[in-house]
Design a protein. Structure first.
Length: 75
């Protein structure tokens, strides 16, 4: 992992800190997660934030073996 210094305004820091506490994450994890969602939203403007979060969650479930490939007949 690479460390960088990032300057954020106080309002953004407070919002991220609040989000981190709600999601039971530390500040750095909340920042990384929010940044990941934001970058994916820039690349995929047709998706909502909730859809992006659902995709990330499904990817983690697949990678950890909790689910296998979803087949159309399973829907």
């Amino acid at each position: 992992m690479i460390r960088k210094t990032v300057t954020l305004d106080e309002k953004t820091i407070n919002e991220l800190d609040h989000y981190a506490k709600k999601e039971a994450r530390d500040f750095s994890s909340a920042l990384r997660y929010a940044l990941k969602i934001g970058l994916l939203a820039l690349v995929n403007p047709e998706l909502t934030v909730q859809e992006i979060k659902d995709i990330i969650e499904a990817q983690v479930d697949y990678e950890t073996g909790r689910i296998s490939e979803l087949k159309p007949e399973d829907l």
